[in-house]
Design a protein around this ligand. Structure first.
Ligand SMILES: [Zn+2]
Length: 346
């Protein structure tokens, strides 16, 4: 089963039926949206042994792929295995700024890729979060993309095509995946994952249509409690003086692996402020905090909100480029407009 992305599923299955499948795909979209799930769906469709509509989801091949046990289907991510999950469960690595795919992994792939499939029809390699791969690994993969072995399908996943080398992107068929409608996420949480209301609606809203995130959050309480912690920190930060902000930045950057999540939450918060400030509160992500957002939005000018959103984006990019997380957080917190001095001007 795959939730949403119907157009992408149709396109892939039709290409498969006409024997027109590309040798390389790039599935792009935000974390937790289902890129790896779609890749595994295609891997199942390619290797399913059932005569009926493929993938059946229940033959030995489909089951092995779901369990990460099929010898011809490999999911490469930075930890070698996190992307391998039970059938039909959208899952992606929780943190997306871990070290990317290494050149040694690409070389190993190249050694195997020239061999015939071991038991399936096609070898499928899923290369997760390829925006994280370093230039050496990307350049090395380029050789395979230029002359792909006939029985191999490569599927790269990334946040967006723009973050990758253009030479890589031009050799892939790019499928941009969009968030699912929030209603669909809510219904899926209720029907397939047994999440009850009001939690289902809250998680669906917070997920912004990223089904994988919603499912993780329904199982892992820490996602919601961390959210609470970081949003409180953000609210307090706007009231702190400069010295206190620097110390908060240091405190937050003690756990660099949590910073991508912090920045995501803050970005969503400020995006909500922007929506509220421009008179469109119906589309808020942080639905449970609508009141605080409406109040906060009036404290900043539209311009201040927009420029802070850009500052968050910059901090995020700097961390991708290995700028010290402590430094990036300090700059970001020092730029945060002070609530007490900011007067509504719009
Ligand atoms: Zn099957």
């Amino acid at each position: 089963m795959i939730l949403g992305h119907d157009w992408a599923v149709d396109l892939l299955l039709q290409s498969l039926a006409r024997d027109r499948l590309a040798h390389a795909y790039l599935f792009a979209g935000p974390p937790g949206i289902g890129k790896t799930s779609l890749a595994l769906y295609l891997a199942r469709a390619l290797n399913c042994t059932d005569p009926g509509p493929r993938p059946c989801g229940s033959c030995a091949s489909c089951r092995k792929i779901g369990q990460g046990l099929h010898p011809d289907v490999r999911v490469l991510d930075e930890s070698e295995g996190e992307g391998k999950t039970a059938a039909g469960e959208p899952s992606e690595p929780a943190s997306r700024r871990k070290p990317g795919i290494k050149i040694s992994q690409v070389r190993e792939l190249q050694t195997q890729a020239v061999l015939s499939p071991y038991e399936g029809r096609r070898r499928v390699y899923v290369l997760c979060d390829f925006q994280q791969a370093n230039v050496e690994a990307a350049n090395c993969l380029l050789k395979t993309l230029e002359e792909p072995p006939g029985s191999v399908v490569l599927i790269l996943t990334a946040l967006q095509a723009e973050g990758l080398l253009p030479t890589i992107v031009s050799r892939c068929q790019v499928l941009n995946l969009r968030p699912l409608p929030v209603r669909q996420v809510r219904d899926a949480l209720r029907s397939y994952w047994g999440v009850e209301e009001p939690k289902a609606s809250l998680l669906a809203g917070l997920s912004g249509g990223r089904i994988g995130w919603a499912i993780r959050a329904s199982r892992d309480e820490s996602l919601l409690s961390n959210r609470e912690k970081y949003l409180v920190a953000l609210e307090q930060a706007a009231r702190l003086n400069l010295t206190e902000r620097i110390s908060l930045a240091q405190q937050l950057s003690r756990d660099p692996s949590a910073l991508p999540e912090v920045l995501d939450l803050w970005r969503e918060w400020w995006r909500d402020l922007l929506l509220a400030r421009s008179g469109n509160p119906g589309a808020l992500i942080n639905v449970d905090r609508a009141q605080a957002i409406m109040a906060d939005a009036q404290r900043y000018t539209l311009h201040a909100i927009q420029s802070y959103l850009r500052a968050i984006e910059r901090a995020s990019q700097q961390m991708d480029q290995n700028v010290s997380p402590g430094l990036a957080m300090e700059v970001l917190l020092l730029k945060l407009p002070r609530v007490s001095t900011e007067v509504s001007q719009v």
